[in-house]
Design a protein around this ligand. Sequence first.
Ligand SMILES: Cc1ncc(COP(=O)(O)O)c(C=O)c1O
Length: 407
Amino acid sequence: MMRDRFELPRNAAGEPLVYFCGHSLGLMPIEARRIVNEELDSWAARGIDGQFSGQRPWVDYAAQMQAGLAALAGADASEVVAMNALTLNLHVLMASFYRPRGTRRRILIEAGAFPSDRHAVAGQIAWHGLDPRDCLLELAPRAGEDLLREDDIEGAIERAGETLALVLWPGVQYLTGQAFDCARIACAARHAGAVVGFDMAHAIGNLPLALHDWNADFAAWCSYKYLNSGPGAIGGAFVHARHAHRSDLPRLAGWWGHDPATRFRMAPGFDAAAGAAGWQVSNPPIFSSAPLLASLEIFMAAGIGRLREQSIALTRALEAEIDALPAGEASLVTPRDARARGAQLSIRVRGDAERSRRIFDALAVRGIVCDWREPDVLRIAPVPLYNTADEIRHAGAALRAALAQVG
Ligand SMILES: Cc1ncc(COP(=O)(O)O)c(C=O)c1O
């Protein structure tokens, strides 16, 4: 439990709110302020010399984040890099890994994908002069179901077969909280001869990942959710080691992806850095990277395996509180099997969207910070780094009171 290493949002009386919104914006590590301030001080004191001197020379910033990110991504350090933001990283990676050829030109995503992911794949298809109506395959859950069955995902990949160029899948679905068997999806995609990429926005820092062993080609994520790095924080990317030295892949190249040993020779040719670092474009934004350093330090101290055990217990306790609500009041959208979910539980309450919004508001009045997503889902994520069993009990009582109040 690392609660005392985070700033806790508080009510007007100065009491901590019950913050269950780490799936959206993680809380601020206290050390983030110190590290950001140190970078500001370095800039003030050194100007451009901060690039090469001081406690954390800016020129090496991406390297300083690699070990922590690799541990969370389940990768070798050379397979990960902090850069850009999530959607941009999807574009940068698809520019290399979505290479439609002949009839192999389709991309498979889930029908409920986060809109930005859908925009990105549709945009990529159009960028190649193709029509998303022909090339974008979207797999929906079966009629009357919220969750995707693994067999159906595998079946869709098999059916698309030789027409499939890319599978882009989430590690954890943003609305339902469903966690997928990425190894199985990657295996099916590779069997079909397609590339496989993962959006790990809701998975990294939430579940232990094994992107290398799962054989993903690439992955991207943001750092402002479970990685607690602040609004608009620097994103991250994974590129499998088998692509580390691929000079045949086109890239949206920029000078920061150039081999660092010769980057400052300022020569016109592009010589990609080995590994994921070779997909960097620009020099990293230091002030939106510094909080990630603070957060990674906490993850390294806590260990993602241990956090996951605590997470399973907390989420199970929350599930029990929801199950104990008066019959018919709330139903769980998220799978009940801990292996098929992370921290987040998504629930639907009895009645229409308007009523569920009122319940959301009544929870806020009681100091419970969760969120509400179209069309009718409350998302609640206890985060093992800073949430407690007491807060789960408090949330249960608040839910009961909110339901009674709204009637
Ligand atoms: C699954 C998923 N994809 C894409 C995005 C968009 O992220 P960004 O604005 O960092 O590109 C989000 C943001 O919450 C997300 O959850």
